[in-house]
Ligand binder design. Sequence first.
Ligand code: GLN
Length: 545
Amino acid sequence: MNTKYIFVTGGVVSSLGKGIISASIGKLLLARGYKVTIQKFDPYINIDPGTLNPYEHGECYVTDDGMETDLDLGHYERFTGIRTTRNNSITTGRIYKTVIDRERHGDYLGKTIQVVPHITDEIKRRMLREGLNEGLDFVITEVGGTIGDIESAPFMEAIRQLRWQLGRDAVCVHLTYVPYLKAADELKTKPTQHSVKELQGMGIQPDILVLRTERHLDDGLRMKVASFCNVDLECVVQSEDMPSIYEVPVSMQRQGLDADILRKIGIPVGETPAMKSWHDFLQKQRSATCEVHVALVGKYDLQDAYKSIRESLNLAGIYNNVKTKIHFINSEGITADNVAEKLDGMAGILICPGFGQRGIEGKIIAAEYGRTHDLPTFGICLGMQMMVIEFARNVLGYKDAHSTEMAPDTQHPVIDLMEEQKTITGMGGTMRLGAYDCEIKEGSKTWKAYSTSSSKPSTLNSKLVQERHRHRYEFNNIYLDDYEQKGMQCVGRNPGNDLVEIVEIPQNKWYIGTQFHPEYASTVIHPHPLFMSFIKACIDGTTEA
Ligand code: GLN
């Protein structure tokens, strides 16, 4: 079968959950045995979201091959287990850069370079994943932004052309919003009609409509939308608010969204896949009622800023039969005087990644509290670095110990730049990014977490794991002996260059810091072993008390 293309666009308002719908379609097609990938096209001009403040765009998700991408790629991976790459996250900036570089190279032979056809051709080339030879059955392309945005117009034009070119091999799914007006006690379809009209005005007739709604839509209302928008009734699907985003694929399957797509393309629909492990997970999620309280110590008071960490904690909770209750604690407000009060009732602490000065002293205080009160503590990237600094200051006695990121002149740079990083001046894509090997020390707590986990992604075995990175600074190996003698062990190192990947304090119940980001590798079917064992330690600590 030649590759089929599914385009997912959104109308009316943003934040409707296009990423979740795209990921759900991916999951459902995968469950039918198809080879699928999901990609995101974002209309902004940044080359990638790596340089964006999380307040602008939520977390930056990192792929195995080291691309800094939109957080929707995290949904794609968590839902499907598919490993995405730099080809799955495209921005207007990247498209223009390719075209402009080519123009400077003289490749256009004196032609005038224009949005149509040069920019749209480059968009089409990437939407088709030309030259990648991946043998895919389906490519799902989600376009960021909302229909009518000036900046997404070239993407829409590319989709229009591709529909024409590909015929039945392309399907357009459009996601809109049906608001409920309380005063009138009515659900309103007009915004959807307008949105579809706008799409039609660009020459795109949607095949399938997914209506986001807070209330159930009856058949009469779906019929109305179908007839106003030239869409078959069974292709008007609703996406009601769900208690969890992980219920969405099942709801979509129940309404036949995947079957509709197959029918539109002309592929025999066949039996509905059972998706047993997914249903088992949902069952666990529904029956997990006991709560475990985890403090998330970070500086961004925004749900999406630590999306993958939050999801990893939730998933690990569910597989440990509990509900993880995450309490965001702004590290800027943590002082030695109030830390006990702020962390009161917490079964564990997760110290978040980050950059720059703001809020780091609070993270150091939280790390000290976790260490001295033997509370399960998990430091990720900057969080791990803060654990290392705290240990140097309070156990090794280096009062001014610091990272050269925040204190370039410190006498004790326990976290420092690698030689090869010192000459780098550019900001975008210049960190240590993507998956690197990490060898785990046998017998350590970390090793136990990895080796006893029943849920290991196929890339993990118990001693050599690959985990994703996004940082510039490293543990300074000059101090390693000092640390090990005083009780903080390096239990994970890069076998190639000896960089410290994981530290732990074996005397504590669970005190582990990772230079890498395990949260990027946690999926619904394979929660990450370190999150699993962290949550387990939190539960064990609670029941002991
Ligand atoms: N700012 C730190 C570094 O660059 C940590 C980065 C992070 O937490 N992702 O090394």
